[in-house]
Structure formats: C-alpha cells, structure tokens
Design a protein. Structure first.
Length: 275
C-alpha cells in the first residue's frame, strides 16, 4: 500500500479494495487508496473530508460510507459517503452516538453500526442507517459492550467477534444480530480472544485475522474461520505478518489484509486463499 497506516478501514466495490483513513508517524490521515488485485496496483483517490482513525466503512449501492472514528480530540459521529464513479465525497446524517473503534455491516441496503467506545464508556449501542431517507434508527443493543471488535454479514445476519474492554481484556465472544427480529443470539466462542482484529466473509464463513494479544502480549497472526451453519470454528493458515489495527476486504474469494501495526504503522498487503 502506498501509505503505511494503522487503525484504517477497508471495503470492496466492483472488485477494487479501498483503504481509508488511519494514522501513521505523520499523524491522522484522510488518505484513500484503491487496490486492484487484477493488476496488483494501487491508485490514490480523493481524500476523505475528515481525517480520522478507528472508523468503520460499509458499501451500499456501490458507494462507500465512512462512519465514526476519532480525530485529534474526540470520537466522531460523522458519516461521509464516497462515490467511486465520480471520485467525490458527500457528508451524510451523523450517527446518534459519537464513537471510535466500532464495526459495521450492511444487510439489505441498511448499514448497521455496532459497539465501539466514546472515550469514557464501552458501548452496546446499535444504530441502522438507511441511505434512501438519510436517517439513523436505534436498534436492540448488543449483549456485550466492547471496542476494537470486528464484524461480518453471513446469511443476512451480522456476526460480531472479539473486541476489548478494560474490565475484560481481549474477548472471544461471538454475538449475532438478526434484523428481522431485531434481536441477538450467541455463537460459539472464537478460539483466540483478541481485539484490533479484522474480518471478512467468504462462501458463508467469517474469517477472523490478526489482532492483539496472546498471553505473552505478542501480536497475533492467527486466522480462524467461523461457520454459522455448524456453529463451529476452524483454525486456518497463519497470516505471514502478525499485526493488529489492520483492515481487510474480500475480492473474488480471497481475503486481503492491509496495513495495521506491528510496533509501527505498516503498508503490508497479504492475501489469503481459503481453497
């Protein structure tokens, strides 16, 4: 990746992976860079209006929504939409709750923002954004308050994994949100408790990658796959670079891990093929 950074977010539109925001030795960035796996090349795009890290992003109707995060001073509730066709950004309605280190998922063109923290409290709050009305709606709270979590959508349900609070340390809890009933259920615990991880979904399975930390406070390169159909986790090939605060996206059945922190911000990109 051209710009080394940690605590960034990533999403995929039309086979292109977009890496957005984060921080590095120069400070908080609004950098947007797009990776094309077909040519193994990066291109620089229009910068995000608000420089931030700890944000999350989702894609609706071919447009990218950057949600929350933190600037130099405070957690943010701001939302900005990126249109890759015009390479432009538009400000959208803010979330009810300002928060950083949250996770998002998109189900049937509705974006769900879950968890995170506001600088003093760790959150269970869930909000849903409808781009057709440009409005946010409060939904049923997540059972476990947590920050630095990850999430993926499998079978129109939002699967939330890992995270951290100062009271629990790294978490291995798995909780699943069903928007049809506006309710939560528990899934089988992830084998490795961790936070600052990333996740992607391939063929109905959620892959959890990287994060922090093992019992010796070492960064993780573990990759574990969750199958909701069997409620079972499987250990997969380790990622070459142990790191946390990374981002991930899936293109053509491959999971791409980008950036993160291994003691300093990274520009490392690694691809996992589950087959």
């Amino acid at each position: 990746m051209p710009t080394a950074r940690a605590d960034l977010a990533a999403a995929v539109i039309n086979g292109i992976l977009y890496a957005v925001g984060g921080w590095n030795d120069q400070g908080i960035v609004n950098t947007v860079e797009a990776y094309d796996p077909a040519t193994d090349t990066w291109a620089t795009k229009a910068p995000m209006p608000t420089a931030r890290y700890g944000l999350a992003i989702g894609v609706i109707n071919g447009e990218l929504y950057a949600v929350g995060g933190r600037d130099q001073l405070d957690p943010l509730n701001s939302v900005e939409e990126y249109n890759p066709a015009t390479n432009t950004w538009t400000v959208k309605a803010p979330m009810h709750a300002a928060r950083t280190n949250l996770a998002v998922g998109v189900i049937k063109r509705i974006l769900y923002a879950v968890g995170g923290d506001n600088g003093t409290a760790y959150l269970r709050k869930v909000e849903a954004y409808d781009p057709t009305t440009n409005k946010w709606t409060i939904k049923a709270r997540m059972p476990t308050a947590r920050s630095w979590l990850a999430a993926g959508v499998v079978n129109d349900r939002l699967t939330v994994v890992g995270g951290w609070t100062p009271f629990t340390g790294p978490l291995n809890r798995v909780e699943v949100y069903d928007p049809v009933v506006n309710g939560w259920t528990h899934g089988a615990s992830m084998p490795t408790a961790r936070y600052g991880l990333a996740a992607g979904v391939i063929s109905g399975r959620l892959y959890a990658v990287g994060g922090c930390c093992d019992s010796n406070f070492q960064l993780l390169n573990e990759v574990e796959a969750y199958d909701p159909a069997t409620n079972h986790w499987t250990v997969k090939a380790f990622m070459p670079t142990a790191r946390y605060e990374l981002a991930a996206g899936v293109v053509n059945g491959r999971l791409y891990a980008v950036g993160g922190d291994d003691g300093s911000p990274l520009n490392t990109v690694e691809a996992f093929n589950p087959l």
